[in-house]
Design a binder for this molecule. Structure first.
Ligand SMILES: NC(=O)c1ccc[n+]([C@@H]2O[C@H](COP(=O)([O-])OP(=O)(O)OC[C@H]3O[C@@H](n4cnc5c(N)ncnc54)[C@H](OP(=O)(O)O)[C@@H]3O)[C@@H](O)[C@H]2O)c1
Length: 243
């Protein structure tokens, strides 16, 4: 039997990049996957069609994860539609490479809303419906450990998400729900500029950028039964970038 057979998983920001690869991998592993997006219905539908073409099960779901009411709706309606929820992956995120002097209050609020506040309340809603033994995975970044210059507000929002992981792993442990962070390094997606591509290749001892599949395979392990003893951790999937 496939590892995630019979399970229902939400992947936020799954119309592209890392989220898409996670959704595709979960479907290969037998899960019913809810492919969340905020403004790319065609891309989300392509992901769904691709999964279905391989015999998997998926639906697209529009919800802006920077809005608490939308984050709650995504979780609530998924549980209602499929009668259960087993896995939540908070992947949707916004990169903001701006130094202190250029960061506006609006920039700050937006990055915190999507990278920290939305995921927090998605987890609060998910805690109401997740099956015992369920899984939450928060996608952060290796950058929080590098003190990478010029993206402090972004890294701070991801740092908050990492702290939520540690705290909620404690709170949800009585129900055998694990909560972990997976932190990608530089990964080849639409988020990567030429400048970051060069820096990423140079910094990894493996001398290449990560692929979305590199990250998805790690997340697939974390949500599997084999990872039942891992909770509250930050798993670095960054190609060995020195921290
Ligand atoms: N790529 C990297 O090098 C890297 C490194 C470290 C960490 N990460 C983290 O990995 C995660 C995924 O990044 P990525 O590189 O795969 O990004 P990406 O290729 O730009 O994809 C972003 C995804 O998030 C969705 N999204 C954006 N705003 C959203 C919102 N408000 N609500 C719901 N969905 C939203 C997008 O869909 P729509 O177009 O529909 O909005 C898209 O599906 C992020 O949390 C990022 O911080 C990435």
């Amino acid at each position: 039997m496939a590892a995630l057979s019979g399970k229902v998983a939400i992947v936020t920001g799954a119309s592209n990049g890392i989220g898409r690869a996670i959704a595709e991998r979960f479907a290969e592993d037998g899960a019913i996957v809810v492919v969340n997006h905020s403004k790319s219905p065609e891309k989300a539908q392509q992901v769904v069609i691709g999964i279905q073409a391989k015999g998997g099960k998926a639906v697209a779901f529009q919800a802006d994860m920077s809005r608490v009411s939308e984050a709650r709706r995504l979780v609530r309606e998924t549980a209602k539609q499929f009668g259960r929820l087993d896995i939540l992956v908070n992947n949707a995120g916004r990169f903001m490479p701006k130094p202190l002097a250029e960061t506006t209050e609006e920039d700050f609020d937006q990055v915190v809303a999507l990278n920290a506040k939305g995921p927090y309340f998605a987890m609060q809603e998910a805690a109401l419906v997740l099956k015992d033994g369920g899984r939450i995975v928060n996608i952060s970044t290796d950058g929080t450990h590098l003190s990478f210059p010029g993206a402090t507000a972004y890294l701070g929002s991801k740092g908050a998400l990492e702290q939520y992981t540690r705290g909620l792993a404690q709170e949800l442990a009585p129900r055998k729900i694990t909560v972990n962070t997976v932190s990608p390094g530089f990964t080849e997606t639409g988020m990567i500029t030429d400048q970051y591509r060069q820096i990423g290749i140079q910094m990894s001892p493996l001398k290449r950028l990560g692929t979305p599949k590199d990250i998805a395979d790690v997340v697939a392990f974390i949500v599997s039964d084999e990872a039942r003893w891992i909770t509250g951790q930050n798993v670095h999937a960054g190609g060995g970038i020195v921290m």
